[in-house]
Write a protein that binds this ligand. Structure first.
Ligand SMILES: [Mn+2]
Length: 325
């Protein structure tokens, strides 16, 4: 099924799958792929997974899934991603199209990644990069290279927390943040996906972005004031390193804090909550997963710590100072 712009018609994923599926089904994923995966893919012949990383804390679950995929040779599986995967897994499982060094998943999408227009299910990470990756997959060759490049640029700005320097990236980021909190989040996500596709197929005419602009306005009213409150109360306030206590802070957008601070010349941003510390760094040559020997993405890792305290924060700051030297 295609519309006049040669774009596959989207349907949100419903938990109950009908007997006969037509068109491409899109399904946002929040966190690692869960155990419902097998059931959800049952009636589909093509399965594409975008911007969903391995299950970092339960890698066995991911291996289980990959083994299961191997056992179903009549299906086409593609898992396209830029989170940190072990070389062993990349070598072993042919369905993985993974680059640990890419700044976004969007830049890894090929114009031919979507092979069939029916009986295909696309799982995408529920953030801007995941949405843009899904849009690129579904549009294939039907948009210009310029439009593709523009979308990839936005995906990179969003995934590396530099979106506040670009108006459209900022609006999209805000809309997706709001959509994640919606009670019908998966429908909202697919509506945003549809808008991104309409936008790109109509030569990026901003009139197509009504829902996204409205959600972004709601963000300005409800989330922005909380962000500013946090931004004005760091517990560590060096030129290159800032830290914040975010325990008991609801509805604060930590990526926004990072983006604003990076724009100001800050290099590292730490958030301490009751379960651990997240370390964020400005996109560049530093790979935090290597420096801290942990999982995550290059510019963003989380260190779980029991009874986290100022001592842990000081230790991390010292390590970051060492990296800078
Ligand atoms: Mn991503």
């Amino acid at each position: 099924m295609k519309n006049k712009n040669n774009i596959p018609i989207l349907k949100p994923h419903k938990p109950k799958i009908k007997e006969k599926e037509t068109g491409v089904t899109f399904c946002p994923v929040y966190g690692p792929l869960g155990s419902g995966f097998t059931k959800k893919t049952k009636h589909y012949s093509d399965v594409i997974i975008l911007d969903v990383g391995p299950n970092f804390f339960k890698i066995d679950k991911t291996i289980e899934l990959l083994e299961e995929i191997k056992l179903r040779p009549m299906k086409t599986f593609k898992w396209i991603d830029h989170h940190n995967w072990s070389q062993e897994l990349i070598d072993k499982y042919k369905c993985l199209k993974v680059s640990n060094s890419a700044e976004s998943c969007a830049e890894l999408i090929d114009t031919t990644d979507l092979e069939a227009l029916s009986r295909t299910i696309v799982f995408y990470g529920a953030d801007c990069d995941g949405l843009i990756s899904a849009a690129l997959v579904s549009m294939g060759k039907s948009i210009s290279q310029e439009a593709r490049n523009e979308l990839i640029k936005i995906a990179k700005l969003c995934d590396t927390a530099r979106f506040t320097q670009c108006k459209i990236a900022n609006i999209l980021h805000q809309a997706v943040y709001m959509a994640r909190f919606n009670t019908d989040s998966y429908i909202m996500m697919n509506s945003i996906l549809q808008e991104i596709i309409n936008w790109a197929s109509n030569k990026m005419n901003n009139k197509c972005l009504k829902l996204i602009v409205n959600l972004s306005k709601a963000y300005d009213e409800n989330i922005l004031p909380n962000n500013i409150k946090i931004l004005n109360s760091p517990i560590v306030d060096f030129k290159h390193i800032k830290a914040f206590n975010t325990a008991h802070m609801a509805y604060v957008d930590l990526s926004y804090i990072c983006s604003m601070l990076y724009q100001d010349g800050c290099k590292y941003v730490l958030f301490m909550n009751s379960g651990g510390i997240s370390i964020n760094c400005k996109a560049g040559n530093i790979d935090l997963t290597k420096e801290f020997n942990t999982c995550g993405i290059k510019h963003k890792v989380y260190i779980p710590i029991k009874n986290v305290g100022i001592k842990d924060l000081t230790y991390i700051i010292d390590r970051l100072e060492d990296i800078r030297r």
